[in-house]
Write a protein that binds this ligand. Sequence first.
Ligand code: ASP
Length: 340
Amino acid sequence: MNPQILLIYTGGTIGMIKDPVTASLHVFDFTYLLEKIPEINLLDCSIDNISFETPIDSSNINPSHWIEIARIIEQKYAVYDGFVVLHGSDTMSYSASALSFMLENLSKPVIFTGSQLPIGDLRTDAKENLITAIQIAALQNNNKAIINEVGLYFEYKLYRGNRTTKINADYFEAFSSLNFPALLTSGVHLNINHEILLKNYSKASFCVHKELDDNVALVKLFPGISQTVLSAILEIPKLKAVIIETYGSGNAFTYHWFLQAIKEAIEKGIYVVNVTQCAGGGVQMNQYHTGKLLEELGVISAKDMTTESALTKLMYMLGLKISRKMFKTVFESDLRGEIS
Ligand code: ASP
């Protein structure tokens, strides 16, 4: 039997249309999108679709939408062999990262894709992205899915979703995954990098986690950031975790007020996570004195995770109510291929 694929349409440029008066893009409905790609009917799989009641520009995505996507996949998991999530590119890396944590013991592909130009545009990248994403979701070997994880397909490359970052607002090649190679490259053939795919050896069954805790904050360090700014963030009521985007391999300035503020936050029970603001590489707090001081205070290392991945992993882990004793160890462990 042909693989059964479910397209989940959340919105984004891929299905947008130009307003004739203002010339700005706004979301349109799914029927329009499918009408524009009749080629979909030629694929060797059966395709159904489901759409958000109100498709959105992905700038409006929040954790409730991730729960909605997870719920759809949970409800339809037994019926379909693969899922393609159509999503705006702006926050696609956050959503793909979040879903990678929420869907545990996945043994079917969940492929995020979208486009930089709307489907109706002559030079659109939407057709290739959508058609190939569907083909990837339908890849099987002896009736078993080849991809068992959350991927992000864009411009000829399938990446592990939680390794990606949107790096370009103009180019079709909008995403990068600097700390992990592509899972698949699309050329004349689909070249699969089999060795690096996540293997689901676990006997445990598929499980969907729908509790996310958004009492988190993100601070990007810059030369000149003031004590007032940092303190205002660390004093947010109910704050449970903060990500500090540091320099290079996890370094921060050594001013007394800064280290004191971090120390007090940790003493209050706030988890402080160190993520590098570099696009590639990761945190190694023992490399320089400036990082070592943070390590000694009990700061958690995001290692080579992206900010998107670290942020959504925090929401997921806080939602799981992992004990204080275990939090650092679990966060620093590789759960879904997000850490090298
Ligand atoms: N603003 C759009 C969105 O993220 C951009 C895109 O789809 O590429 O929904």
